[in-house]
Design a protein around this ligand. Structure first.
Ligand SMILES: NC(=O)c1ccc[n+]([C@@H]2O[C@H](COP(=O)([O-])OP(=O)(O)OC[C@H]3O[C@@H](n4cnc5c(N)ncnc54)[C@H](O)[C@@H]3O)[C@@H](O)[C@H]2O)c1
Length: 345
């Protein structure tokens, strides 16, 4: 390992930016170069903790960071990502990569043209549970995939919506939360070819939706459903089952079920269910569970970002993957708005 730490700047010291800062401070390969955030709150926090603080970032100046993490509101990702790319600085952009497919395409094109690494914060792919599930599906343990079903049923506290942009159209659970699920489902089950959806804002009454139901057809022929709401107290969500973030009390339940012709797999329990000795509903159904110690994939994401910068490793979740997941989300939003199913190329 090089003696020099990878110097990372964090743009946006809000909810998630502060977690990135903690992980950078705990990562031996990394050092916090600066916190970039114009708010008085961020300035005060930086002064209190002794972090270097800047109100803005233009990519110029002699003391450039080795990498930038963009954790600003969605609508700023393109501008902030393009600034880093134009300065030749590798960038990890929080999900969603952008607030529109066009914006995400711009970012991916600029990064590819400049040869600057662009990673997206779909951090769950850094979780060993997901890597193991992917390997088991790829090894054919489930057989050809038939169906997937998942939940994001969660109760966001009312004060979460005190931040204006979280109440506005485009900042709801479809873009903020479902994008994690869609990215994971694409990663595990393959490309999504067609979607239909219904969304509702009936529970909270904001411009943005609070609940939605989605149907999916995969390119490999499998079918999927996913229901989401930020207004339901429930034990069934990645957040409350994966134990990846100590801020959430883990329930030990499963939230995503993937079914193949040979077996079914539940996540994050990694429980593989099959009939033995013969595949028939008259035979006993045996569930075998693999357990993993909880890992915070946000930390693993920082470690990998350091290797991208220092060793030239490819990002585990490159910008293009963030773009493809965003395309599915846009198709879901379009399907929900029009009531028509949408096919993806
Ligand atoms: N990966 C995850 O699980 C996860 C979780 C939460 C949020 N996010 C994403 O992270 C992003 C931020 O979300 P949040 O919940 O932390 O928001 P937040 O509102 O808590 O924080 C945003 C921060 O950006 C700062 N900011 C505003 N304008 C800026 C500018 N021009 N330059 C620098 N900083 C600026 C604000 O002052 C604020 O501190 C969003 O894209 C969100 O989707 C990802």
């Amino acid at each position: 390992m090089s003696a020099n730490p990878v110097r990372l700047a964090v743009m946006g010291a809000g909810l998630i930016g502060r977690r990135h800062i903690e992980h950078i401070l705990a990562e031996p390969m990394a050092a916090l170069q600066s916190v970039i955030d114009p708010s008085a709150e961020a300035q005060a926090l930086a002064a209190e903790r002794g972090w270097r603080w800047q109100p803005g970032f233009d990519g110029a100046g002699p003391d450039k960071p080795d990498g930038v993490i963009v954790a600003t509101p969605n609508a700023m990702h393109v501008e902030h990502g393009l600034t880093a790319i134009a300065s030749g600085i590798p960038v990890l952009i929080e999900k969603p990569l952008a607030d529109s497919v066009e914006g995400a395409e711009k970012l991916v094109a600029a990064a590819e043209k400049a040869g600057v690494p662009l990673a997206v914060g779909h951090h769950r792919r850094h979780n060993p549970i997901i890597a193991r599930a992917k390997a088991r599906i790829a090894a054919g343990e489930l057989g050809p995939l038939v169906a997937v079903h998942g939940f994001f049923w969660i109760a966001k506290p009312d004060d979460y919506f005190n931040v204006t942009w979280r109440r506005e159209s485009g900042a709801g659970p479809i873009l903020i939360n479902l994008i994690h699920e869609i990215d994971l489902i694409r990663h595990l089950c393959g490309e999504i070819a067609e979607v239909s959806a219904i969304a509702s804002n009936q529970q909270r009454g904001f411009a943005v939706e609070d609940s939605a139901a989605v149907m999916m057809r995969f390119a490999n022929g499998a079918l999927g459903t996913f229901t989401l709401s930020d207004a339901i107290p429930s034990p069934w969500s990645w957040e409350l089952t994966s134990a990846e973030n100590p801020a959430y009390a883990a329930t030990g339940e499963a939230y995503l079920m993937i079914g193949g012709r040979e077996a079914s797999l539940s996540l994050p329990r990694l429980e593989l269910w099959q009939h033995k000795p013969v595949k028939s509903w008259w035979q006993p159904m045996i569930g075998e569970r693999e357990s993993f110690p909880p890992v915070d994939p946000l930390r693993a994401q920082i470690t990998q970002f350091c290797r991208v910068i220092r060793d030239g490793e490819a990002p585990l979740v490159p910008g293009r993957e963030g773009l493809e997941s965003l395309r599915v989300i846009e198709a879901i939003r379009q399907a929900a708005a029009t009531g028509q199913s949408v096919r993806l190329a």
